[in-house]
Design a binder for this molecule. Sequence first.
Ligand code: DC
Length: 681
Amino acid sequence: MKFIASIHRLTTPFMFSIPHLDLPSIQSLDGVVQLPGSKSISNRVLLLCALSPGLSVVHDLLDSDDTQVMLDALRALGCDINEVNNHLEITGLDLDRLKSTSRTEPLPLFLGNAGTAMRPLTAALAALGVHCTLSGVARMHERPIEDLVDALRQLGAQIEYSQNEGFPPLQILPSRMSVKSAVRVRGDVSSQFLTALLLALPLVSQDHDIVIEVVGELISKPYVLITLKLLDQFGVHISRTDWQCFTIPKGSQYRSPGEVYIEADASSASYFIAAGALSQGHLPLKIEGLGRDSIQGDIEFVKAARAMGADIQEGANSLLITPSQQQLTGIDLDCNHIPDAAMTLVIMALFASSPTTLRNIGSWRVKETDRIKAMAQECAKLGAQVTEGDDWIEVHPIPLGHWRRASIHTYDDHRIAMCFALASLNPQHCPVRILDPRCVGKTFPDFFETFFALAKTPSERIPVICIDGPTASGKGTLASLVAQQLGYGYLDSGALYRITAWHASNLGIALTLEHQTQIAQLVSELSLQFEGERIVVNGQEVSEVIRSEAVGMAASQVSALPLVRQALFDLQRNTRRLPGLVADGRDMGSVIFPDAELKIYLTADASTRAKRRHKQLISKGFSAKLEDLLADLEARDLRDTQRTVAPLKPAVGAMLLDNAHLSIEETVEMVLTQWQSKQPF
Ligand code: DC
């Protein structure tokens, strides 16, 4: 039987918000990983495709809040965007029509908190003279845009502030731009203002060269380089003098390259580069979609990691990281060019043989949180000695024997959550708790799923909770909810017996001892897929059909066959996956996972269970008699407790929990409290 265990996504919108995620001690990460696309490249490419005539096909676009608002805005402007086989097909806007459309009301565009959408769209729509309003979330209305608006007004754009001078929301009024002399824009507040002009002004360069002069020292130059490289790819070749003066040649026109591949995000890659280097083992970790040819500034992280001793081979579009065979060494580095990825160096520094100093990182203090302070505080919890200055941080390695398990505060900062996941590779095998793990959604919604998919650790370090009880005791619902709350996988072992029984019955095989070899053989031939609530067997969805009373009875018969139990043994054992497992079923705590840290046995009486089952059936529109259900349950309890093979009884050490008078929420809470009492945090 091939089996794909269901590991609950931590970030699906229908999931409870989980307060924390416990990472057991991890030994290594290896294998191949494709990381999500770069946010900076994704939003620039979307706009460039919309401004280029004809069809563009975009591969590997980042799927996040910020790209979603850009897509919505472009669609509202009339751009035809379709998802086809995992890529996007974008037909460029009809710019002449857009310019000449007169509107009685401005077109409202909502851009969330995406600076990479707000700034470039403001410039492009002002250049085209589209009558529209641009707004966002409250925080977006606190982010400055005055320098860009001033620059656009120099060219004749008509832009009004709808609320506060200098900040969105904005209204753009129809007007024609006239470009004659140089445009001046400040470069020391945000490089996105320059990027916005560089992306927009080729639209009005028919008759003149356009010169953009940067006032003040330009910050974040690597991000402007991304803009220039993408412009080049879309047929607009800009010349520059230092970082002061940029010229868009007269007659520039956007031309789609046809196919565009978005690189993986280099800042996100830093966590996996570090994980590969810190792994104890020999197998490499390969990152695909990012390499030597990257246009992102954070690719320079590779050099910094190498300076610490990481073994990284760069391909044109891939990175291969082999676990460092020697302890990393500390470095002293100016990190101004890699402010985001440099946070990862702090965690690597904890594993090194000498201290590390990272300098010129003043911008950390004004990011999602004060990152210098936050990194220092959380590293100290792990046992490190850290000193901070205005714009630097010094990190001392944690000597063996001094690592401490810690509950890491993440300050609603995705990068802190991702960085500290790496601490789970510590040589002392201390587990790590990450508070509010869902904050990774800002740039990498599936970060933890990706991390665990590559992570390896001895199975005894992976926590298991076993939940059992008689039929209709609510153990399945309880186990699934507990798994969701902890971000753990869920093994519904009863479903395996149900599937086996259903399949054997379909083939006309009697579920008797004489046929057990044949039924056990069937188990090895089944292909099984668990996707949340959905169960697919040999390509057919069986989620509903195996839940019937008849299949339940049949499952009870096959589960008494020793060879069938044996055939399912390894399969169940192999579902023990990071970061943990909740297993429900008969022998979970006694045979499959006897070392489970917590075993729960539900003991609600038969009459309460019969009432619950009755209510459930009636609500689903089935007719059912309470007395019959009670008689059935009692008969089943008797048979299950008295059978010789895997009888129904509490596992040794199981906690008995009478849930007859508890709601499901109360029961979940009790199990979680019990679990928490066993945790070292
Ligand atoms: O939990 P359930 O009703 O889906 O289980 C179906 C049958 O399989 C039930 O009779 C108990 C049996 N079973 C078992 O013997 N061992 C397990 N690990 C799980 C279920």
